[in-house]
Design a protein around this ligand. Structure first.
Ligand SMILES: NC(=O)c1ccc[n+]([C@@H]2O[C@H](COP(=O)([O-])OP(=O)(O)OC[C@H]3O[C@@H](n4cnc5c(N)ncnc54)[C@H](OP(=O)(O)O)[C@@H]3O)[C@@H](O)[C@H]2O)c1
Length: 296
């Protein structure tokens, strides 16, 4: 067993990510020693789930060499302050220990109070939606991780993640907002659009069940094609065809923000269509039509 696998790992925050990541690491032979969370019930559940222990914060800080701070984003700085205070009050030397939060949008800078005490800090974000404490870990094997933070510990953290069979990419802390936005657009925004689509089908008389059945092949084939060929080569539909008559019909049945959103997204698709090699279609009449709505 190499050095990274012997590192004692603990979690502050026994929620969805804390439980899932702890389970994933322990299933791959890593040494998850325990949990400290705001509520004892959560700590107990997570410890039982990962066959580890419930720890007080001082005991956790003493025992662990790598601490995952898996609290909500707004609590990361609060938890870091609490760690620093406990370390000072209890005379616990945290220098050389690694503190890692899992937020997609914050960088390791939010843990500065711990760097000032000689600890290493980083952020490690799994690009995955965790909906449940006890089942989401099953999906973790597919997750791609991004890592940013102190150079000295990147290999160690990356090594731990690769031991679990996952890939990590290093990103710049200043890019985290853009990085997280990318994830939000690809997951949450797609959900907003599918919801709009289902509402339109409901208006056409579809039951929720039938709209799901009707859209499933469209959504699944589209995603598969985009992932294999890329967005540009997957593009079809009225915008790509510069089919103004159809787009006028679509605009006519929408009002307000949704109509504006349709125009803005269609403009994005025009840009994509125009970038296709060998596409000589004239999109200028369509752009003029869309701009009337965008400027409203
Ligand atoms: N959920 C996702 O899809 C997802 C995906 C990627 C990354 N992340 C990131 O993962 C982190 C955790 O998110 P999550 O979804 O796991 O949140 P969550 O399910 O709400 O769990 C957070 C846990 O932290 C505990 N907690 C809150 N404040 C605390 C504090 N000050 N000290 C100690 N424990 C505290 C909570 O309280 P109790 O002890 O009362 O239960 C809860 O168990 C966030 O940074 C988030 O951005 C989330």
């Amino acid at each position: 067993m190499d050095k990274k696998q012997k590192l004692k790992i603990a979690f502050i925050g026994a929620g969805k990510v804390g439980c899932s990541l702890g389970k994933h690491l322990s299933l791959h032979g890593l040494d998850v020693v325990g949990y400290y969370s705001r509520s004892p019930v959560s700590s107990r559940e997570a410890a039982a789930f990962t066959t580890s222990r419930v720890l007080s914060l001082p005991r956790l800080l003493t025992a662990a060499e790598l601490v995952f701070i898996t609290v909500p984003d707004g609590q990361i700085a609060v938890a870091a302050e609490e760690i620093a205070r406990q370390a000072r009050d209890e005379n616990i030397d945290i220098s050389g220990k690694i503190f890692c939060h899992c937020s997609g949008s914050f960088s390791a800078e939010v843990l500065t109070v711990l760097s000032a005490m000689g600890a290493y800090t980083c952020s490690l974000h799994p690009m995955l939606a965790f909906a449940d404490k006890f089942t989401s870990y099953e999906k973790l094997k597919e997750a791609f991780f991004s890592l940013e933070g102190d150079l000295e510990i990147r290999d160690t953290v990356q090594g731990i993640i690769s031991t679990c069979g996952n890939t990590t990419t290093i990103i710049d802390g200043e890019k985290k907002a853009e990085y997280h936005l990318a994830a939000v657009i690809a997951s949450n925004f797609v959900l907003a659009l599918i919801n709009q689509s289902m509402e339109l089908l409901a208006d056409c008389g579809f039951s929720p069940e039938d709209s799901g059945k009707a859209l499933a092949p469209l959504i699944q084939n589209n995603i598969n094609t985009v992932l294999s060929r890329g967005p540009r080569e997957s593009l079809t539909g009225p915008v790509e065809r510069a089919d103004i008559k159809t787009i006028e019909k679509h605009l006519a049945v929408q009002q307000g923000n949704r109509r504006k959103l349709y125009a803005l997204l269609s403009r994005e698709l025009v840009t994509l269509a125009e970038s296709r090699q060998g596409n000589n279609k004239d999109y200028s009449p369509l752009l003029s039509l869309l701009d009337e709505d965008i400027q409203l």
